[in-house]
Design a binder for this molecule. Sequence first.
Ligand code: CMP
Length: 136
Amino acid sequence: MSNIEQTLSIIKPDAVERNLENEIKENFKRNNFKIIKEKKIQLEKSEAEKFYKVHETKPFYNDLCTYLSSGPIVVMVLEKEAAVIENRKLMGSTDPKEAADGTLRKKYGISIDKNSVHGSDSLDNAKTEIDFFFRD
Ligand code: CMP
């Protein structure tokens, strides 16, 4: 049975700054993700706060929002069978130090903050996050 899903991916400022955009996109394509939509933008801090609202009680919330709005990011809608979990597998653990070999965060991440990519953590959040960036 087919279970094609869409998920939201963000190439974060640390990766865009190091010109890793194309290389990261190639990783997605090699792993059979289709990039359905994409755009390069820079968020206002208030927009980053809205995007990461689920983390608003966390001690790292303010720094996280400052960071996400610190430079250009690439936001993409990725499509694949079981895209949400498949993207999380490809990204690896949040902290690059703990991420498995071959994962994007292991290959490109610098620290838990500058971990190069974001991906939706559930199908419900994927819908909300896709709508956040691509509501036309
Ligand atoms: P991301 O998947 O974009 O979702 C929230 C982000 O918060 C996460 O990646 C990390 O980059 C960042 N973050 C910073 N500190 C922490 C922490 N202690 N635990 C989890 N996420 C953190």
